[in-house]
Design a protein around this ligand. Structure first.
Ligand code: ZN
Length: 247
C-alpha cells in the first residue's frame, strides 16, 4: 500500500518549484529500513524500563546530557545488533496508546495574547521554569518578528479596489480604480501592524526582560508611531505662542 502511494501519487512534474518544494516528496523509495540510515534524532531515544539513580543525581548537577549517555540505554548504542529492533522499554505504562488531549490548548485558546497569557501563567506555577526567560523567548521568537514583518509589509503593500477586486502595486494617481472607478483601499491595515505592540510592551515590563529586548520594542514602537501619526503641522495662531510668556 505504501509503495503504491508513492507510485500513484508522485510525479516530479507537479512538485512545486518553490523553496522546500521537494520537502516530504518520496524521491527515494526503500524496501528495507536500516536503523543506521534513519535520522540521528531517532537514535537518541532512551529505551530502558527505569532510570538509574545516577541519572537523577546528574539532573541535580545540571550535567550536560552527553556526559551521562553511557549510563542511559539509548538506541544509538544498540545499532548493528538484534537489539536495535527488540526489547524497547518505557518508564510509564498506559491503558491506551492513543490517550492524551484530542485538542491542544493551542487550538482551544483564541488569540495569540490568550496563548501567551496561558503559557506565562503555567511558567509562573512551575518552579523549574524561569518565567522571565519564557517571556523573553516568546517576545524574541514570535511577537517581535511578527511586528517587524507586518511593519515591513505595510510599507510594501498592494492596493485593492473594493468594487472589482483589482490589485495595484502602487496606488493609481487618479485616486480611484482605473477599471471601474471604485474606491482604492489598503490591503494591510494599521491594526495588523500594531496587533502585538501593546502586549509586547506590557509583557516586557511585567517580566523585566533584558534591556536589549525592551529597547528593540521601544524602537519598534517609535517606528510604528512615526509611520501612523499624522505629521500635518498644526495650524497655530500667533497668540498661541504668547500665552506662555504673558503669564
Ligand atoms: Zn475596480
Amino acid at each position: 500500500m505504501l509503495l503504491m502511494d508513492g507510485i500513484l501519487n508522485f510525479s516530479r512534474s507537479y512538485l512545486p518549484d518553490k523553496r522546500g518544494g521537494k520537502m516530504d516528496a518520496p524521491l527515494v523509495l526503500t524496501t528495507r529500513i536500516d536503523p543506521k540510515e534513519v535520522d540521528k534524532e531517532a537514535h537518541n531515544i532512551d529505551v530502558s524500563a527505569k532510570y538509574p539513580l545516577e541519572f537523577y543525581r546528574a539532573t541535580q548537577e545540571i550535567k550536560n546530557p552527553t556526559e551521562i549517555e553511557g549510563i542511559m540505554d539509548l538506541v544509538s548504542s544498540r545499532l548493528g545488533t538484534p537489539e536495535q529492533y527488540e526489547h524497547f522499554m518505557f518508564t510509564h505504562g498506559t491503558t491506551d496508546i492513543a490517550a492524551g488531549p484530542l485538542k491542544s490548548s493551542y487550538k482551544t485558546l483564541g488569540s495569540m495574547i490568550d496563548k501567551m497569557e496561558a503559557q506565562l501563567s503555567l511558567a509562573n506555577k512551575i518552579r523549574a521554569v524561569d518565567a522571565p526567560d519564557v517571556a523573553e523567548r516568546v517576545l524574541k521568537s514570535h511577537f517581535l518578528p511578527d511586528l517587524l514583518g507586518n511593519l515591513r509589509s505595510f510599507s510594501r503593500q498592494r492596493m485593492r479596489c473594493v468594487k472589482c477586486g483589482e490589485k495595484f502595486r502602487r496606488p493609481p494617481l487618479i485616486g480611484s480604480c482605473p477599471k471601474c472607478g471604485g474606491n482604492i483601499v489598503l490591503t494591510v491595515h494599521e491594526g495588523a501592524v500594531r496587533k502585538y505592540l501593546e502586549v509586547s510592551k506590557e509583557i516586557g515590563e511585567r517580566y523585566s526582560v533584558s534591556s536589549y529586548t525592551r529597547q528593540r520594542i521601544e524602537l519598534l514602537d517609535n517606528d510604528i508611531c512615526s509611520l501612523f501619526e499624522n505629521h500635518k503641522v498644526k495650524q497655530l495662531r500667533l497668540s498661541d505662542f504668547m500665552s506662555g510668556s504673558a503669564r
